[in-house]
Write a protein that binds this ligand. Structure first.
Ligand code: HSE
Length: 439
């Protein structure tokens, strides 16, 4: 039958079960109800929710769930004959989410997940299981929420060799950084604002320490480079060490501070790092405001691709999940990482210390004779060449702020200089350093 022709007999509905009904799950129910007819026309068949499961049946989710069958035991979704697709929105790398994912794929059911931690840690095993059972594993909502970046890279850019992928992969951090930018707020005040707005969890560790972004980066790297997922090789520095002066000084240098996940593959191996960076003020990443996400992928024929959109929230998460379900309804699926697991390479881990670039270094020091000489000596001894240095006097006697911009050099020399200075009695608190990206 031609793919253009209408089916001679209507295809049976695709039957979906949702496990873990939080913000995203409520969004999926609402979206499938609101756009039911359009989705059926696009998918070539109806998509029906047949069962739900979550910890608390009675929690108010702002959507009427009474029309749907409820299962207290998630494994009942796997056992049910009337479920074709299980949507996992439980979260967590291991535990019930992973158990459900393994059972679902093992039973030959399609799995759609929004779970970045689980895919980052177990994506290869799950993809292999999906291949063995010839069943779909889809995870668009796991990376950058509503931005269809997995589909774009996996399909739209599939002809390209991609050497570098990077971006703003955590909306909470971006919200905090733009609050600091706009209001001159401290990190602590901007975090409180993010919590009040519902962007940050009461325990913000995963977001502000870069762990959430690291999960997403590892998934993007595997997809872009055709390499095996290697979350253990991703290093992450978060944004807790930033102070209001860093944001101001970056701006004075013609840059903005962004938490950037960067993955690059070259002859040295695979580099994957999440860290706050100085981004040139005229680069599109510098304009990404609030809780949005953005991803840049550089293909050898297409050039630079830039994707921006909401990285979280009920609507964007549901949009990504339902797009995956529509693909399954159309029988449009293939290997989860764009090629069979056995075709993925094992790339060596690149030496991050060998990366060449300029750096921003900020120190708070006691205002006394010889401190500048001590800094200059540490830089000289570590092999760091200073391009410029600014000292801002303190108004409250708590130390002066010194900001250095280095010439291009290996990152390892900066680490060596900061190890010397970190041990100095005249340096107050931990020094801050950020790469100045030339994008
Ligand atoms: N907490 C994430 C963020 C969204 O702030 O971007 C889910 O990964």
């Amino acid at each position: 039958m031609s793919p253009y022709s209408a089916p001679t007999a209507p295809r049976p509905p695709l039957r979906v079960a949702l496990a873990g009904i939080g913000v995203g799950g409520g969004g999926v129910v609402r979206l499938l109800e609101a756009n039911r007819d359009l989705i059926a026309r696009r998918a070539g068949r109806a998509i029906e929710i047949v069962a739900l499961s979550a910890r608390d049946r009675h929690k108010d989710r702002g959507v009427d769930l009474t029309p749907y069958r409820w299962e207290d035991d998630m494994d009942a979704l796997v056992a049910a004959d009337d479920v074709d697709v299980i949507v996992e929105m439980i979260g967590g790398a291991d535990g019930p989410a992973l158990t459900l994912a393994r059972h679902a794929l093992g039973a030959g059911k399609a799995l759609v997940t929004a779970n970045k931690a689980m895919i980052a840690h177990h994506g290869l095993d799950l993809a292999r299981l999906a291949e063995e059972k010839d069943t779909p594993l889809k995870y668009e909502a796991a990376v950058a929420g509503g931005i269809p970046v997995i589909k774009a890279i996996r399909e739209g850019a599939s002809a390209n060799e991609i050497a570098r992928v990077y971006g703003i992969l955590n909306g909470t951090c971006n919200y905090i950084l733009t609050q600091m930018e706009r209001n001159g707020a401290s990190f602590a005040d901007a975090l409180s604002a993010a919590q009040a707005e519902g962007y940050a969890e009461a325990d913000p560790t995963f977001d502000v320490d870069g762990i959430d972004a690291a999960h997403k980066l590892s998934i993007l790297a595997a997809l872009c480079f055709g390499t095996k997922l290697d979350i253990g090789a991703v290093t992450a520095d978060g944004i807790r060490g930033l102070i209001a002066a860093d944001i101001r000084e970056a701006e004075a240098l013609g840059h903005r501070v962004r938490l950037i996940g960067m993955a690059e593959r070259d002859s040295n191996g695979l580099y994957q790092h999440v860290q706050p960076c100085l981004v040139p003020a005229d680069h599109p990443l510098a304009y990404v405001p609030g809780a949005l996400n953005a991803v840049v992928a550089e293909g050898n024929f297409v050039g630079r691709l830039f994707f921006e959109g909401a990285g979280a929230g009920a609507g964007p998460t549901a949009s990504a999940i339902v797009a995956d379900i529509i693909d399954i309804a159309r029988d449009e699926y293939g290997p989860a990482f764009a090629m069979p697991v056995d075709s993925l390479d094992q790339a060596p881990v690149a030496d991050a210390g060998a990366r060449i670039g300029k750096h921003y270094v900020r120190l708070i020091v006691e205002d006394r004779i010889g401190v500048l000489a001590e800094i200059a000596t540490a830089m000289r001894d570590a092999g760091v060449s200073i391009e410029s240095l600014i000292q801002r006097g303190s108004e409250d006697g708590s130390g002066v702020v010194i900001v250095l911009v280095t010439h291009e050099g290996p990152a390892s020399t900066i680490h060596a200089a900061l190890a010397i200075l970190g041990a100095s009695d005249h340096v107050v608190g931990a020094p801050m350093h950020m790469p100045i990206l030339a994008l």
